[in-house]
Design a protein around this ligand. Sequence first.
Ligand code: ZN
Length: 113
Amino acid sequence: MMMKIENELKKGNFLIGECTKCKKIIWPLSQYCSNCFEDISWRKASDIGKLIEYSEKNGNIFCLVEFENTIRVIGTLIVKNKQQSHIGQQVKLEKFEFNNGNFNFTVSLINDV
Ligand SMILES: [Zn+2]
């Protein structure tokens, strides 16, 4: 089961787990629910998130993004207009990568004009 999930992640599919009993969102990979130790069912996560924080370093913009109102991940933010404040705005997941145990998220701003 875990191998199957890992393979999906490696293919670029952002999956999240949900406990079959208490409905707790499980991230990252885990065999059992950390709350009640029940089995987890896996599904594709929403590709829409919320920008919590971001900072620019050497031309790259790193960000903290929240998905499913629960999971917070570090990612790279693609921004066209840097003049605006973007905190709290919606972002779209452009690319998800899973390599050697590392997750890489690339997101872009929705309504970036
Ligand atoms: Zn549970």
